[in-house]
Design a protein around this ligand. Sequence first.
Ligand code: AP5
Length: 218
Amino acid sequence: MRLVLVGPPGAGKGTQARWVARYYDVPPISTGDIFRANVVNQTELGLEARKYMDAGDLVPDEVTIAMVADRLGYPDAAGGFLLDGFPRTRPQAEALDVILAELGTTLDCALELQINDYEVIRRLAGRRMCRRAHVWHVDFEPPTVDGVCDECGGDLFQRDDDHPATIRHRLDVHAEQTAPLIEHYRALGVLVQIRATGKVDEVTRRAIGALDTCGPRR
Ligand code: AP5
């Protein structure tokens, strides 16, 4: 399966990517996580990306597209992948179509997670994560021990871009630049849409039910 997950900030893309990628046995590839790892390691890419991420803006297309093209060339992505957070602009979507054509393949499915702004703000305000990108929520998905990741034992922290003014700006950026991609994927005949509210496992069941109607398992 070659999949992309589309949805506003806080829709649960990262949370669902973990379970859906496991179900289809493909690597989850999150552009946000790759950028954050580069920020932590203070690479040139990280220093460049941070300027945009902290403000809730998108990292420039040429930087992001080159990074994803490189990642999709890794052997683990040869049999399929789940892209979380890419594409987010029309040039990125068009570049992905070209990258896949050059690899002799196409996208099987674009899954849109639908959620309203009120729920996004509740989710992001309470989100906590560890350096290894495991995601928790103080009310909805609390770790067993406050402030400690159940998966790796690392400290949990709040993302710099999860503050109310930045969340609002990220929602505006999504509406302006990313939401129009829904029509791109509808036109390609690969779009499936689900409601992203309810418990995490309910959303996962909904996602897999929808994804099983498209792609190679159809
Ligand atoms: P990125 O990390 O991709 O952020 P995002 O798209 O804004 O999405 P989030 O990670 O905020 O949310 P999510 O949908 O993954 O939700 P999650 O599962 O964590 O990007 C960050 C930045 O990097 C961008 O702003 C940009 O600067 C840059 N960037 C990345 N990709 C780029 C690109 N392609 N081009 C240019 N720039 C790019 O869930 C949120 C919370 O809700 C968690 O606490 C979770 O526990 C909780 N939750 C999840 N599901 C449920 C549920 N069903 N019920 C209750 N709580 C739930």
